[in-house]
Design a protein. Sequence first.
Length: 742
Amino acid sequence: MSLEQTRLRARPLLERPDLAACRGWIKFLSFEADTAAARNGTNSEPALAKAARLADWLQRIESNPGVLDTLRGVQEWAYESPVDGSGQPFKLNIPTDYDPARPAPLSVYMHGYSGNHLEHSTGMQPHPGSFEMAVLGRGRGVGYFGLAEVDVLHAIDYVQSHWRVDPDRIRLTGGSMGGGATLRLGSRYPHRFASGQPTCGFGTELPVANLLTFPIYATHSADDWTVPILTARGPLDRLRRLGGRVIFDETNGFGHAVWNYAEGNRRGGEWAERQARMDSRTVRRLDFTALDGGATRAWWAEIVEWGAAPKPARFILAAGADNTLYADLSNITRLRLRLTESPFDRAQPLRVSVGGAVPFDVSAPLPESIVLAASPKGWLWERETGSAPFRLHTPGGPLLLYDGSPLLIVYGTHGDADMCKAMQLAAEAASKSPNPGWAPEGGEAGADGVPHRQNLYGRLNTKADREVTEVDLQNRHLVLIGTAKQNSLVARIAGRLPVRWAEGKISCNDGLEVESTNRVLGLVHYDPLAPQRLIFWVASDRASAYAPRDPVVQMGATKFLGADLMVMDLKQGSLVLARSFDNRWRWDTERETSPLLPAGLLSRDNLAVAMAEAIRQEAGADFVFATSIGPVSSDAFVSGTTRLADLTALLFYEPIGVMDLSGAELLADDRALQTASNHNQWSRLHPSLEPGKIDPARRYQVAVSAEAVSAFAAGTKTAPRSFRMTDLQAGEAIERFLVPKE
């Protein structure tokens, strides 16, 4: 049977409702067959093998619609992604003694950089008792951000919906990139998982208190300079001191290959088998920081509406023995309490004290849930109410669109040939990326030639502006490429957006204007045509702005931002401005009073040193580890336009770490850093050391931002035992100390 005949045979099966569970698998096998034919020729051996595999499965599925129920042992399978309709694969080890009457545990493995669901899970063998799963995360090296994170959650949801999995015994594991993802997903969804077992993981940038109910067994080698041990030891030690359940099994001599640490693996595996997710009704203390609108819940509490500030939101809740809730809420307007899942007795009145205020009462019997709401007179409670007429604003930036909802990338078709081609190529690049950073070609790639930072199986959906339907508009987030003159869909909504690109200006609806020549903007906003959906609008007057390395799209690729509007200068690669909305999509007013960044900080070099100095002052440290933030010859911002608030909006959540070093250690580190630095990238201690003034026996405190911890360890080849993470934030340090007070 030819590939074309096989394709024709697959189409009616994809339409059958009784085969919905197999749609993802059929689509994945079809993609593999088509890709093999495109790369090697229709009659090539690889293409014929993939076509035969597809034909075999079509026959099996058609003859037995319940084929899923017959599978046992190690299987490759795929679910259908709601994002783009593609089949996304995973590897599943179904217990050989699987019985739907007995729910079984599930261990979820996330691979490291350069791997996939097959290549880094070769040791998986059939066995009884429990499920094992190896997920893809959309690509080999995309870091489990955006759709890569969503892929893990969707794959777990799929397995839970088709097999009897014990929901209290789902554990996360992973190595390197997957080890970092173990801690990251645990911090974002602590109520979903029983435990985490990271191997050479990292988490300095995480709000570690989120992990208080997430037991962790971590293994790491002290001589690992790829993922330095400080990036795990620091945050996990902080978590342990906060009361978290942490075992840190440290070894040496394995470098980055600590997955070969057999004894640690054995101990960790035995430990993991004993872990079970807590009963939500026994969780009496929560400390949760939400960084974006995609992860707002911890156990029985959930943020319904953010506060006005474009910053993280945090709730600290304690359930008293007398049915009293003690709450501290930061940057939150409304908080849902799921009382049926909480420790509170619904037959008794609930007393609520927010911020130490006199409690107010919720009379018994308590409803299933209530919402704590801020009011001009203080906090009160209310029953669930209807949703707002538009999607409420949360910080997060462009990553918010990559939340697992259907997504469409729309490019403009108006303008000269070069501009139209650039917008189309931009859409193609965006379709290859699981996050807002349009994936470039080249770089490290697998044997199949697909770069590690691109989607491995399939492309996100793209359309020309003239092809977009009303169904598309109502059901999808939209990435819009082009100005109103270039993109007819942008023109359709331009009058209802808070930002316009017209007549040589980028104009905000509150009166702020900047020049548009040689600039690019990125705007996150709700879609005026479908107010519960989001748009990410990228626009410029230069075709070069639509290249994959566009600074606006790269900025929000793998980190959450407090900025909703970003304007960059293409000539210098500098920040013009970064503005934010409040929780109801009104412009944040604090920027108006924020000081202009002084001319003395014009260069990236000077700015990097000044930012490091602010961190040093915030930590009260003697020295700080400073690193460059890009080509030091470029301007970091636009003098007379960019304000301090624009910079801090990009430093959304970045904790500060500190360590105590002897003078001798300090001098040795300084020498190592001078050797490691080069003219394009530098790292150094600040203020500059004067060897004659450093006492080798004295202890000095050194500060370092979370983002720079790995660079410090790799540059000095040290892992100080004194290193610890703090609650101090780099963004707050810069707000306080970067611009001298007049």
